[in-house]
Design a protein around this ligand. Sequence first.
Ligand code: AGP
Length: 621
Amino acid sequence: MCGIFGCILRKGDAAPIIHAALKRLEYRGYDSVGEATIEEGKIHVKKDAGSIDEVHQIRNLDNLPGRIGIGHTRWATHGAPTQANAHPHVGCLEQPEIAVVHNGIIENYAELKKELEDSGHIFRSKTDSEVIAHLIEDTLTNIRREKIKSKSTVHSDFERAVLSAVQRFQGSYAIAVLSAKEPDTIICARHESPLVLGIADDALYLASDIPAFLPLTNRVIYLESGELAVLKSNTFKVTKIASRSEVFPEPKIIDWAPEMAEKQGYPHFMLKEIIEQPSCIRNTLRLQDKYLELITTFMDRAREVIMVACGTSYHACLAASYMFSKLSFLATHPVIASEFVEQHGKSVNIDSTILTVSQSGETADTLAAVETARQRAATILGLTNVVGSTLTRVSRVYIGQQSGPEIGVAATKTFTSQLSVLSQLAIRLAKKRGKVSQEEIDLLEDNIERIPDIVENIIETQHKKVENLAKKHKDKQCFFFLGRGISYATALEGRLKLMEIAYVPSIAFPAGESKHGPISLIQPGFPVFFICPPDDTRKTLIGNIMEMKARGASVIAICEEGDENIIDLVDDYIEITKGIPEVLSPIPYVIPLQLFAYHMALERGCDPDKPRNLAKSVTVK
Ligand code: AGP
């Protein structure tokens, strides 16, 4: 997730406006930043790796000439944070004609890049986004070469070039483009990635999100996916990319306070991040094939695979260990990072492969475990959300979870994004090892594509029910979270959420363990969550539910919709869409638990975004 911005002023300097706007988009990404403006038919660019303040300190982002410009604050997905990889990207010309900023993932960038390189284009970065600048430049050249002036007076060459280029993209994009030859025009377009226009009396703005220009105007036009807008000094035009037909959207008046706008109107980042999980999971389904292939090749050849992580990331590893075992017939060992040296410090060796999972890529315990493993010549693989983090530098190969900055201290979209990547690795490894039938692979791949919509449906249909459940149990002093098999990982994650943001003591363990001690805690009204997808463990789990009910527990089941056998047994239930394969179940089944923890925090007067005693990234051991 990155932040893009653009503005055309009637008069005055665009650069300081762009700089301030990017600061208001910093929550969308902050590992590199850049701006481009036009003055007297010349494009001026400043960009570098580093936070907005760091780059401004070095390069003075306010000091660019011209009243028209674009800007970008980056959250790296392809290519580490470097000056070359920072946006705006320009084409090949020494004196750039085109400058582009982009938020999204161009899935087919590799083939487009090869086509352009074969026709002589020279790329400067490792990003997918740079291909946009070269493709528009190349298309413009072809349009001029054909000397086919625009048959319609509606579209200029510049607009035709952008219209033509965007139709070749696969994936998601929100772009803004400048052309030195059309110095009073910005063209922007979106597919899936967000893009809004701000309409002021003396200026026009475009941005990934409203906060960028909310202090300047509250008249907003939400561009629809598949639309392109041409902004000129005192007018704008919106076109459907596919049909090239003009549309006339009405501006809306936004009455949010700027701070509220950063959360897109949600009261907390945590709720915003729970609700944006479908789009994050869609992003993980656009992973570059080569990274999946590389990681699974190393895993396939390994003598032993140890997964190392902390907290939520450890829970993702635990769930993944069931995926790798059931699908790829590969035994993996999930280990809590702070225990790694004690457990494996002496045995890890050159034949060991360490799959390290860390959203921040900076967790001290995790990096300490990695360092021990590296010293003993083990192969380090990484899964992280922060490209350019320490983990990406110490990993032989890494893959990004691509879920954009997670501001809330409690990891939510991290868990489901990590699981989406890990399940794709397990499926690919299963294919590689020939352990499951093509029919099973097809079913899994079809279902993984359904997951974002399923998560969206759960949030829409079950949110209110979960909120009421929190009201019902808001004064309870302890909760159990139980599951069997892969659902034990889901239970652990639900417990962690409730503990860390609502400060409720909670216990999670495999449901089969109840009778080996913990059930002694049960007394009438004691709340017990059961995670019960219709998998092989369901039958025995029903017995565990009966055990709890017999002692007066208040049982809450997260079960498949319409599962009468469970529903008839329990006090409350949350329904999950039918037909999700067991190995993918933690992704949808955790959603109600995230929402429950969030609403319990509200009921108990806690701040879900800033829980006491906790930091977003634990960089101390
Ligand atoms: C999860 O809600 C917590 N914030 C915490 O357990 C976190 O998952 C853990 O510190 C690991 O962080 P990492 O993924 O950045 O390494």
